[in-house]
Design a protein around this ligand. Structure first.
Ligand SMILES: Cc1cc2nc3c(=O)[nH]c(=O)nc-3n(C[C@H](O)[C@H](O)[C@H](O)COP(=O)(O)O)c2cc1C
Length: 212
């Protein structure tokens, strides 16, 4: 199949992008409006972008209902400048999915998902208590591109349960954390349990030796 983007529909482009840029990590983002009302929603247009300073990026599409309107997450971040990325692991998958439901205004996704929160170390927005790891962020910049907002968040604090940290690095014990990834939509995800390939980097000297 070949698809000319100029002639394609938004849905076709979306389907191909999410199917081909996969698996994707999932950020379950907690954010707060100016009255302290909490919000939680998952985003898989998400990754870390640089480390000095540490910055993550999240792509939030505007909602198409009577014109394009910002999703609550994007609106909250614009207003309060803070959010928390809660890492989505196997044991949070169902709750994460509940948080993506478009509940009527005034209904708390966290309550519907049965999730409690815990105080963050630096930002006012709390993290999800059951999440094994979280990144506390302050808005660095928000780019408005077409019908989306790309939110760049500067990470100001990390939270990781001690059991998932190998102090030697410190490294994240990723083979025990069991993060999940999003695939091509259609409710498809991947587990990372028992799924690791270990492919060490090859120093050039070793590469040269191996050639002879
Ligand atoms: C696994 C998963 C990943 C998602 N990723 C995105 C995304 O990257 N961008 C986006 O705009 N919506 C994404 N969504 C949809 C939002 O989570 C959904 O629109 C949510 O209701 C937004 O909530 P809010 O208005 O409280 O911010 C995703 C949904 C799921 C289940």
């Amino acid at each position: 199949m070949k698809l000319d983007v100029e002639k394609a529909t938004h849905r076709e482009i979306y389907n191909l992008l999410i199917g081909l840029v996969a698996p994707r990590p999932i950020a379950l983002v907690t954010s707060m409006d100016e009255d302290g009302c909490l919000n939680a929603a998952p985003f898989s247009a998400y990754n870390y972008l640089c480390t000095d300073p540490p910055v993550v990026g999240i792509g939030v599409g505007n909602r198409d209902s009577d014109g394009l309107v910002a999703k609550d997450t994007a609106r909250n971040i614009r207003r309060t400048g803070e959010f928390v990325v809660n890492v989505v692991t196997e044991d949070l998958a169902e709750q994460m999915n509940t948080c993506a439901t478009d509940f009527p205004a005034g209904v708390s996704e966290l309550e519907m998902a049965g999730l409690e929160t815990a105080e963050s170390a630096v930002v006012k927005v709390p993290r999800i208590a059951r999440a094994h790891a979280a990144l506390e962020c302050r808005e660095h910049t928000t780019l408005e591109i077409g019908r989306s907002r790309i939110i760049l968040g500067r990470v100001v604090a990390f939270y990781v349960e001690d059991r998932y940290i190998d102090p030697a690095g410190p490294y994240v014990r990723a083979d025990e954390l069991h993060a999940i990834g999003r695939m091509n939509g259609l409710g498809n995800y991947v587990r990372t349990r028992d799924a690791f390939l270990n492919i060490p980097r090859i120093p050039y000297e070793e590469w040269e030796k191996g050639k002879r």
